[in-house]
Design a protein around this ligand. Sequence first.
Ligand code: 4AD
Ligand code: MG
Length: 465
Amino acid sequence: MKLINRTRIADLFNDGVYNKEVCVKGWVRTRRNNKQVVFIALNDGSTIKNIQIVVDIEVFGEESLKTITTGSCIFVNGLLVESKGYGQSVEIQASEIEIAGTADPNTYPLQKKGHSLEFLREIAHLRPRTNTFGAVFRIRHHLSFAIHSYFNNKGLYYFHTPVITASDAEGAGAMFQVSTLDFKDLLSKGVKEIDYSNDFFGKKTNLTVSGQLEGELGAMALGGIYTFGPTFRAENSNTPRHLAEFWMIEPEVAFFDIHDNMDMAEEFLKFVISYAMEYCKDDIEFLCKMYDNELIDRLHSILNNKFVRLTYTEGIQILENSGEKFEFPVYWGADLQSEHERYLVEKHFNCPIIMTDYPKEIKSFYMKQNDDGKTVRGMDVLFPKIGEIIGGSEREADYDKLLNRVNELNMSIDNLWWYLETRKFGTAPHAGFGLGFERLVLFVTGMTNIRDVIPFPRTPNNTEF
Ligand code: 4AD
Ligand code: MG
């Protein structure tokens, strides 16, 4: 084959330059024949659009084209021309074709279109090759990029917090244990109690549920930081909103109070959503058409509305007076269930809300305590269709108050002394929040199951791919 630099298919559509020789490489989506020509729809993942390859059968010979079937990988040299056909702006008249990899039509699982999302989850190794998952994963990429861009512009530093941790203090969820001990061997020796001093780290360790506590150390030195990494929760919650392994973004800013924190959360969400709408237009339009006709309107409505801010106490009053029949009872002190959150967001206010000042019993130990002795400076951002997308708070900056709370909750200071020292040496007001990345991707793509917005979902009994 003549050596021509490969062009990404997305760039062919953007260049606007015709009648030049190009080389494309990609996977065949469909192939149609008539007597004279073969039409191949080729996709290389760079865009949801396929490029049409026109192949003259007389020039190439039937036989040499036989294994160009759906799923096969081909390299094509040819002339990029304005298309006469309906539905595409350019096409390639093939001059040379190399078949890099065939895909047997009898066994290739994506031979036909229109598979269910459930079926595609069972072939997670191939599903990125579908239009839907190509779109979702490109959007996922652009959202990640937008997140880094937002915080970088704000002067916050990307701070890497550990994945393996000995602190189990956050209390955000059940943890996965990390160990190199040979449990089978210990059992066979009749060991009744595990001595973790013999383990790799000399103590019991887990996968982190959040980078916040270490993030706070960063904020108290660099002024403002954010984390963006995988977090792990071993709750056995098989819901469309929970993963055992998910990505979380946690900014933490010194000198911020809860109002600054709410302002940043709102500005941040609007920034990344509008970025995706600008840079993922084709993909979002495709998902809107295929899965959720209201998607684009819903995204616009986020950008155009101010998020309503209210206290937990006000929220409970609205729910109590709603006359609505809820499965879980509503009373002051109850943890809000998603049916309550969705009533407030989707029925009562019809826009995102930020709820603040929760009862201390249902929130983490580190949240700033209000003067009423009952509530803390927590803030959750609740979104239509999603429910809680962000959880955060102003932090308790007072050493004695924080220590009291730690003791009240019988938490072990052995694993937490370093955290408490931030309040001992140069303490300062500060605040932060955590965004569940997959919940954001769910919202922007209009997908309804969190398993469909991460390439390789980790849920109970699911680690095949
Ligand atoms: O509300 P959470 O538990 O808050 C924290 O972890 C704090 N340390 C954040 C902070 O203040 N820095 O979790 C934050 C967000 C939730 O609002 C939700 O969007 C997401 O993380 N989340 C999950 N996403 C997917 N699967 C799960 N199992 C999740 N648990 C929480
Ligand atoms: Mg939360």
